[in-house]
Ligand binder design. Structure first.
Ligand code: LLP
Length: 498
């Protein structure tokens, strides 16, 4: 019998996307098949969703987002509960994964903080705080603490190469986690505090609370571009070389600054927790060394984000937030006991794991091309009405995705075909799903749902080929609205010069 797929590829039929009830972790929590076989999400049928939000479009299940945020916040709260001998725990949502004011309000209302990576992300976080503190929240706010934009303890700002303006903005709002990435940033922060004292925004003896980003030397993460803690890359200050100890000492010595804590982020899309346990050891040992050298014991450590998710049915179900929090708590407890140190407050910064699975991208099939690969093997190229401008991850990281026919169930007994879903940009690398088995009766006009696009999808979208970036709709309880409206030609032309 002639093979239907090229030699070396997964057997035909093994790459069919799991249905929502087969792999719930892959799909938004309210997503299911309706009686007519089409998907229903947030209590809205696909037809209803698409009537208000035509393809290509990202659809975010807001109940799922709030539930996942609440689960992360409570897992850290419970596992680091002071009555269990710990010193408190927090989860900050990494806004870089996907941030709008409403998303920020949602995660804050569920008890998370927000970690930001730019001036505008910080501004969006502050806007959400202002709205929540004026009582404009959607739903209940789990924890009212830290909602005052002037004392934005539940916001953070990190990133290499921050300018004095950025650092000053974070200090002016007294963000809880201002993470300094270099010795130069220590000087900028001290100078910004002097200015804030001069203008009276800070009291004459008020200090700026800062954390120091460590390079722990731990190599973890799905792809070289998203592994961040090995020595030979741009982030953080090396622990191994002694530079981190020197910078911490400089912060402790600076009269303008207070060393609130140490920060580590080892990488992204990590499902094996061993690297995080290792990071706990490196961070706590440096905390011990800083205490020995300066007499100051940092009250907090921030272990960053990186908790992976499933993108296809071949990926394992990732560790739950409870499992992650317990693993970290056990590691922190053990290392502190060994060092004879008091346990610190512990924070983490999950982004992808909070928002990734809450969102699907819907595309319409616009063209089909059957390619004969020789020896009887065939590939079906499925063109859709989006591509690398709404999801650069396959092209940038070789990231695997899957796709399910969203508008109907395939007719019973329909054979699968090996397919490649491709975008409509002028590049052959413009792939949406590299390998997936789709029903042989797939037709132009069918709608495909790609799961797990909530993180780093719209947030890394571009206008390549002057594609307008797609909208992101929220759905919840049978209602729907825009988190981000679809871009229009007018939006693009508005920024053009003469
Ligand atoms: N904290 C820090 C300091 C980070 O640099 C990051 C991600 C996070 C938290 C959140 O990581 P997460 O929990 O989302 O893995 N664009 C890439 C991911 C880059 C992540 C950069 N930093 C991707 O699409 O996979």
């Amino acid at each position: 019998m002639s093979p239907a797929v090229p030699v070396g590829e997964a057997p035909l039929g093994s790459l069919v996307a799991p249905e929502p009830d087969e792999r719930p972790d892959l799909w938004p929590s309210t997503l299911r098949r309706g009686a007519d076989g089409a998907l229903v999400v947030g209590g809205r049928s696909l037809t209803e969703v698409l009537a208000d939000a035509p393809t290509p479009v990202l659809v975010l299940d807001e109940d799922d987002l709030r539930g996942r945020a609440a689960t992360w916040a409570s897992a850290m709260f419970e596992e680091f509960w002071p009555d269990y001998g710990m010193a408190g725990g927090d989860a900050y949502y990494a806004g870089k994964a996907f941030l709008t004011t409403r998303v920020a309000r949602d995660v804050l209302a569920e008890g998370m903080g927000i970690d930001t990576a730019s001036r505008v992300e910080l501004a969006v976080g502050l806007r959400a705080l202002e709205q929540l503190s004026r009582g404009e929240a959607t739903g209940d706010v789990a924890d009212e603490q830290g909602l005052d934009p002037a004392h934005a303890t539940r916001l953070g700002l990190h990133g290499n190469g921050k300018t004095e303006d950025e650092i000053a903005a974070a200090l002016a709002h007294r963000v809880g986690h201002l993470v300094l990435d270099s010795a130069d940033e220590v000087d900028l922060a001290a100078s910004a505090v002097r200015s804030l004292r001069e203008t009276g925004e800070y009291a004459p003896d008020e200090t700026g609370s800062v954390m120091v980003r460590l390079t722990t030397g731990i190599h973890a993460g799905g792809h070289e571009y998203i592994a961040t803690a090995h020595e030979d890359q741009k982030f953080g200050i090396s622990v191994a070389s002694g530079a981190a100890l020197a910078v911490c000492r400089a912060v402790v010595d600076a009269p303008e600054l207070a060393l609130h804590g140490l920060h580590s982020h080892i990488g992204s899309q990590i499902t094996d927790l061993a690297g995080f346990r290792e990071a706990v050891g490196v961070v706590l040992r440096l905390r011990h060394e800083v205490a020995q050298a300066t007499g100051w014991t940092c009250p907090e450590i921030d272990l960053g984000g990186g908790y992976g998710i499933a993108y296809t049915g071949s990926d394992p179900v990732p560790p739950s937030p409870q499992h992650v929090a317990r693993t970290l708590a056990d590691a922190v407890r053990a290392v502190c006991a060994e060092l004879g140190d008091a346990v610190p407050h512990v924070s983490i910064e999950p982004g992808r794991n909070v928002v990734g699975p809450t969102t699907i991208t819907l595309y319409t099939v616009t063209g089909l091309k059957r390619v004969d690969l020789g020896d009887g093997a065939r590939r079906l190229y499925v063109s859709v009405d989006g591509g690398m401008s709404d999801n650069i991850r396959p092209a940038l990281y070789d990231a695997a995705y899957t796709a399910l026919v969203a508008n109907r169930r395939p007719a019973p007994g329909t054979a699968p075909v090996r397919a490649r879903v491709v975008g409509k940009h002028c590049e052959s690398g413009d792939v949406v799903v590299r390998d997936v088995d789709l029903p042989a009766d797939l037709a132009v006009g069918d709608v495909l749902a790609v799961p797990a696009t909530g993180a780093y999808g719209r947030s890394m979208a571009s206008n390549y080929n002057l594609f307008t970036r797609p909208g992101v709709a929220w759905v919840s309880g049978g209602e729907q609205g825009w988190l981000i409206r679809p871009e229009t030609l007018e939006d693009i032309l508005r920024l053009e010069g003469e």
